[in-house]
Structures are given as structure tokens and as C-alpha cells.
Write a protein that binds this ligand. Structure first.
Ligand code: AHR
Length: 364
């Protein structure tokens, strides 16, 4: 649908220090329809700023197709695959949408040009999962000048919040703090010599998890971060960084991997070097994402703590689109909540103890 948009109702002002994701084939989604998740129940709204009236009919009422562009980070992790599927299932033809999905392959320049392409195509809405948080002002201004609402999803941008319509995702700083708080509880005063395998450089998921974890490191004078290097959120990256760490350090007892795929690579590297890890080993592994396979390793006691980042976020984005289609105001920021999980036999104030039942209940 070419939007008959004069303006959109939006709550623009937000203090976006929150959380912290294009092959270039613009293809409508063909995934079979599945009921979209409900609109978010819990939101954190900042002060409403400007209110302009939207003049657009709901797709159900008009029978028009709503054209949505999604500039996705890439395909670096299991989390990303689940997130992509969730968007394709939600913004499906059967649900009244034409989704232009672009996998930007972790290339910021490609992602910027993808958004420009969406503007040129005069799509109705643009969703951006930013690869990196910096460098967005110009293209966001171009989208605003074209009157196209932009949803910043999953990760954050550094740009002023007045340049986009809404943002949604998990709180990456809180995820890092949860990991740190759990570690303090588990170690109960014991020393920690920590190696960190960070995510992609400049991504708000990396920046937020690092900041949050370091907040807790600062509170524990007997903890030392020996080294911190990017594994780019990939299994190969995690393995490469861990192999290099093993050559340089012999006295570590904690490895923090900023996503599950990096943890799989780190475990491969430790296996090859004869280093034991997990609840029965010498090294504590902390991971992020809590995808199905990551939680299987947690259930098996190999990953001791796994902090969730919920990839099922498309329903929140669709909730925003539906509100805008109906001419309603939207929140400036929507928090997607998550939790943490620990291996069986561990009780924690910060995490759920893993069981087969919990694993069986996972949707991703
Ligand atoms: O932005 C979310 C992060 O990006 C996930 O933790 C990671 O797996 C993905 O690549």
C-alpha cells in the first residue's frame, strides 16, 4: 500500500541509552502464516513529544497490503536465524503484509544503502536491526523527510530519538549485569580471572553486555578481566579468539561469551586443548542468548549460566505498525523482557535452574 500518510502519531522523545541488526535480495516473505504474537503488554514510554494525525486505514479494513522493509543484521548466529524467521512469519502475505527482507551480512554500508532503497521504493514502514550503533543520522533524516515511519529493532542506534518513530528490544546492559551478578553469587567471594569473547565491534548488544558486566566487575576487587576480544557473534570467531586466549593465558577460570555461537566455538577450542569446563570442570562458561542448543548445553552442565536475549520480537513491531495504521500513538520504547538460566543443581536469585521441562518449552 502506498501510504496516504500526512504524518504519524508518535511519542518521539526517549532517552535511548538502552540495549544495543542485509545479501541484497529484496523478496516478499513467502513463509506460511502463523498467528502473530500479541502486542507488548509492558512498555516503557518516554514523554510524548509530537502528535500528528495518521491518515491510513487498517490493512484488514482497507484490504490493502502493507509494505514493510526489514534491514536485518545478517545470519551470524542461531539467535539471528530465529529472529529472521519470526519477522518472516509475522509480516507474512497471509497477515496482509509484503515484507522486503534484506540480509545485510554484517556490513554497515550495505545496511545504510538497503534503507535508502526502501525509501526509494516508498515502502510504508522500515524496520532496522542496526549492525552498529553509530552512523545513522543522515539516512534516518532521509526516511523522516520521506514520511516513512522507522522502527529501530533488536539493537540501538546513537541517533537522536526524534529521527525515528519507535525502538524495541532487550536491555543489553541489564543482561550483562545479570551475568555479573550471577557470577558473584556463584563464586561467593572466590577470585575470578576472566576472559571475555565480545560480540561484533560497535554493536549495541556488544557495548551493552560489556558495560553491564563491567559494572559488576568493578564491585569485585578480586576479579580481573585478563582480556576481552571480539568473536563477531560467530562460532568460528569464538573458536579463533579462544584458541588465541589459550596460547596467552593459563590461569583463567571464567570465560564470558557474548552469544551462544561463540560459546560453541570456545568449547571446541577448550576441548582441543584438554581444558575442562562446566559444573564439573575448571572453567566457568557464561553465555548469552539462551537459544535451544545453548540451553541444551546449560542443561548438560557445560554452559553454567546462559542469559537470555529473546529473538521473538516481530509481534512487538507488528503491534506498532497496527497502531500507526489505526492512527494511534505508539510508545517511544518497548522493552522485550528476558531471563537467565543456570545448570541443574544451582540455585540462584538471578536465574532459573534448567530442567528438561524448561528446554521442552522453548519456542526457539
Ligand atoms: O543483537 C542480538 C545479538 O545479535 C545476539 O545476542 C547475537 O546472537 C546476535 O548476533
Amino acid at each position: 500500500m502506498k501510504k496516504k500518510l500526512v504524518g504519524v502519531l508518535m511519542c518521539a522523545a526517549m532517552t535511548a541509552t538502552m540495549l544495543a541488526g542485509c545479501g541484497n535480495s529484496s523478496t516478499p516473505a513467502t513463509t506460511p502464516a502463523e498467528p502473530a504474537p500479541a502486542a507488548p503488554a509492558e512498555t516503557q514510554a518516554a514523554a510524548p513529544a509530537e502528535t500528528q494525525a495518521a491518515q491510513a486505514e487498517a490493512p484488514e479494513a482497507s484490504g490493502d497490503v502493507v509494505k514493510v522493509g526489514f534491514a536485518q543484521v545478517g545470519h551470524e548466529s542461531d539467535w539471528r536465524a530465529a529472529n529472521t524467521k519470526n519477522y518472516q512469519d509475522t509480516f507474512s502475505a497471509a497477515n496482509g503484509y509484503e515484507l522486503s527482507f534484506v540480509d545485510c551480512d554484517n556490513d554497515h554500508a550495505v545496511q545504510i544503502e538497503t534503507v535508502r532503497g526502501f525509501i526509494e521504493q516508498e515502502l510504508d514502514y522500515i524496520c532496522i536491526a542496526p549492525i552498529q550503533s553509530a552512523g545513522w543520522d543522515t539516512v534516518l533524516q532521509e526516511a523522516q523527510d520521506a514520511g516513512i515511519p522507522v522502527l529501530i529493532v533488536d539493537r540501538a542506534v546513537d541517533a537522536d530519538a526524534s529521527l525515528y518513530t519507535t525502538a524495541l528490544g532487550c536491555d543489553m546492559i541489564a543482561e550483562g549485569e545479570t551475568a555479573g551478578n550471577w557470577l558473584a553469587e556463584y563464586l561467593d567471594g572466590e577470585d575470578a580471572n576472566i576472559l571475555v569473547i565480545e560480540g561484533s565491534v560497535g554493536a549495541s548488544a556488544t557495548l551493552g553486555r560489556t558495560e553491564g558486566f563491567n559494572n559488576i566487575v568493578e564491585q569485585n576487587s578480586n576479579w580481573t578481566v585478563l582480556d576481552s576480544q571480539s568473536g563477531d557473534f560467530t562460532q568460528a570467531g569464538g573458536q579463533e579468539v579462544m584458541e588465541s586466549f589459550i596460547k596467552s593465558y593459563s590461569d583463567f577460570n571464567v570465560v564470558v561469551c557474548q552469544n551462544d555461537n561463540e560459546a560453541y566455538g570456545a568449547m571446541d577450542a577448550m576441548d582441543a586443548a584438554g581444558i575442562t569446563y562446566g559444573v564439573d570442570g575448571d572453567v566457568i562458561i557464561i553465555s548469552f542468548d539462551a537459544t535451544h542448543d545453548g540451553l541444551q548445553y546449560t542443561l548438560d552442565g557445560k554452559i553454567t549460566c546462559n542469559v537470555e536475549c529473546n529473538p521473538l520480537q516481530a509481534g512487538f513491531a507488528e503491534g506498532v505498525v497496527q497502531k500507526l495504521e489505526a492512527g494511534e500513538a505508539v510508545d517511544a520504547w518497548t522493552l522485550v523482557e528476558d531471563e537467565a538460566f543456570v545448570a541443574p543443581g544451582i540455585d540462584s536469585d538471578y536465574a532459573v535452574t534448567m530442567s528438561q521441562e524448561v528446554l521442552d518449552g522453548r519456542a526457539y
